[in-house]
Design a protein around this ligand. Structure first.
Ligand code: SF4
Length: 186
């Protein structure tokens, strides 16, 4: 099982592009809010594969957990990231949060909606956003996130819904997730 719907979400970015980039999996602060969130099921799967349970910080939804970053050079990295090889050591079982990137699920600026956006910090995402191939992929991502199983998992693990970021271009409103949490996010 790879994600909440048992279906692997396809990555549109060619792996050689990712291998030559230094954005993903690295963070400026040790407690970065952008560190990946694992749903309860995803955490259990990674722990069963040998990860230290102490690496996961419980979130306010009572189910999901955020990974504890570790120092590396002048920044911080996900403990599952291997910087020498520029690769994720848990790639086949990485969480939905990571599978989605450069797409991000977050609250709208006023906190009233849950939206899907494209992070412009990803050079590929920003450059290809308007292409037909990317737009087709976007429709597939929307269908996937709006499938009943995935929506239910996100609603149950709602700390996965990030705060609004102005580097993310909003491309879709996820109406079914509007009431996922009563916590104000404006
Ligand atoms: S789980 Fe893998 S893809 Fe996600 S941040 Fe960590 S190293 Fe990167």
């Amino acid at each position: 099982m790879h994600n909440p719907s048992d279906k692997q979400l396809q990555q549109i970015i060619p792996s050689e592009v990712c291998f030559s980039c230094d954005v993903c999996c690295r963070f400026l602060e040790v407690d970065s809010p952008l560190a990946p969130i694992f749903t309860e099921v995803e955490k259990a799967r990674v722990v069963a594969a040998g990860a230290d349970p102490e690496l996961f910080r419980p979130q306010v939804d009572g189910k999901s957990a955020q990974i504890q970053l570790k120092p590396h050079d002048d920044f911080y990295i996900c403990p599952f990231f291997e910087p020498e090889m520029n690769r994720c050591t848990i790639y086949p079982i990485r969480p939905l949060d990571c599978q989605l990137y450069p797409f991000a699920i977050m609250f709208s600026e006023d906190g009233n909606e849950v939206v899907l956006g494209v992070d412009t910090l990803c050079p590929f995402g920003e450059e290809h956003l308007e292409t037909e191939v990317f737009q087709q992929h976007l429709r597939e991502v929307i269908d996937y996130v709006e499938s009943e199983t995935v929506t239910e998992q996100i609603a149950a693990n709602w700390s996965l819904i990030g705060d609004y970021q102005d580097t993310v271009i909003i491309v879709h409103t996820l109406a079914q997730l509007r009431n996922a949490t009563s916590t104000p996010h404006a």
